[in-house]
Design a protein around this ligand. Structure first.
Ligand SMILES: C[S@@+](CC[C@H](N)C(=O)[O-])C[C@H]1O[C@@H](n2cnc3c(N)ncnc32)[C@H](O)[C@@H]1O
Length: 252
């Protein structure tokens, strides 16, 4: 009983600490909160990511619009479309709806993981996969409905259905300003970086959502970066998400 009491209070205190201390700056940003309320709260649960990750995506979109960084927006691993919705809403606010938004997903849930796919607690993803498969399976029609609700021009949203290993590089933008990778697993993450990083404009933004949560995502990112002569700083957004800006080609 005493243990339950401590656990309950520990949970409550952490929640308040998050709201009033750790996130007080994000809570005060009214424009962000207004957009976030449409995608990330309990009532509007269109994304699986944290408020910190949403804020960093929001800031990344503002950075590419203010800096006129050339290229389109790409997300691999879309689920219900919440991150893409936030990107679209931020682009609308910034009056930059000419950019195309490419959204890659099976729209049928997660494919079978490999042995490299282990979560932060050491649990092989294979064990979680069967349970999560259904939860993570969102149809193309549902995602379209969610994303179109933002009011972003429909003709500038490109839904690419299928395994990224099959659809990329067949359907890809010429230039990418923001590359957001969220398919969780080793094989897809490496494949996405291999084909899409070279298309990312220098000064463009790369976001790896699962770097800290899944060993496979981290291994794929580290392997790809170790083969690239340019060194980058992987900036920590929260325990899982990492972000960097692609350096200009003159930097070695
Ligand atoms: C964690 S969810 C994405 C979360 C989403 N970005 C958000 O903001 O909430 C992972 C998504 O990746 C997709 N996915 C995983 N592996 C894939 C692959 N190899 N090809 C295409 N889609 C894949 C799944 O269908 C699922 O929708």
């Amino acid at each position: 009983m005493f243990k339950n009491f401590i656990r309950r209070w520990d949970g409550r205190l952490r929640k308040y600490a998050d709201r009033y201390l750790n996130r007080s700056d994000l809570e005060k940003d009214k424009e962000f909160q207004n957009l976030y309320s449409k995608v990330g709260t309990r009532k509007s649960k269109y994304t699986l990511t944290s408020m910190e990750r949403c804020y960093s995506l929001y800031k990344a979109i503002q950075y590419i619009t203010k800096g006129d960084i050339l290229g389109d927006i790409v997300e691999c691993g879309v689920w219900r479309g919440g991150s893409a919705m936030l990107a679209a809403l931020t682009l609308i606010k910034s009056q930059q709806t000419h950019r195309k938004i490419y959204l890659y997903d099976t729209y049928e849930g997660m494919p079978e993981p490999t042995d490299k796919d282990i979560d932060i607690h050491g649990v092989p993803y294979r064990l979680l996969w069967k349970k999560e498969k259904e939860f993570l399976s969102v149809s193309l029609d549902e995602v379209k409905k969610n994303i179109f609700s933002t009011g972003y021009p429909k003709e500038n949203i490109i839904f690419v259905k299928g395994m990224v290993q099959d659809t990329i590089p067949n359907t890809v933008p010429k230039k990418i300003a923001l590359l957001r990778l969220d398919t969780d697993l080793y094989e897809s993450t490496y494949h996405e970086l291999f084909h899409l990083y070279p298309k990312t404009t220098s000064q463009g933004v790369i976001i790896i959502d699962d770097y800290g949560h899944f060993q496979g995502s981290q291994e794929a990112t580290e392997k790809y970066l170790s083969q690239n002569p340019q060194k980058v700083l992987l900036h920590r957004i929260d325990y899982s998400c990492r972000v960097w800006i692609k350096p200009s080609p003159t930097l070695k």
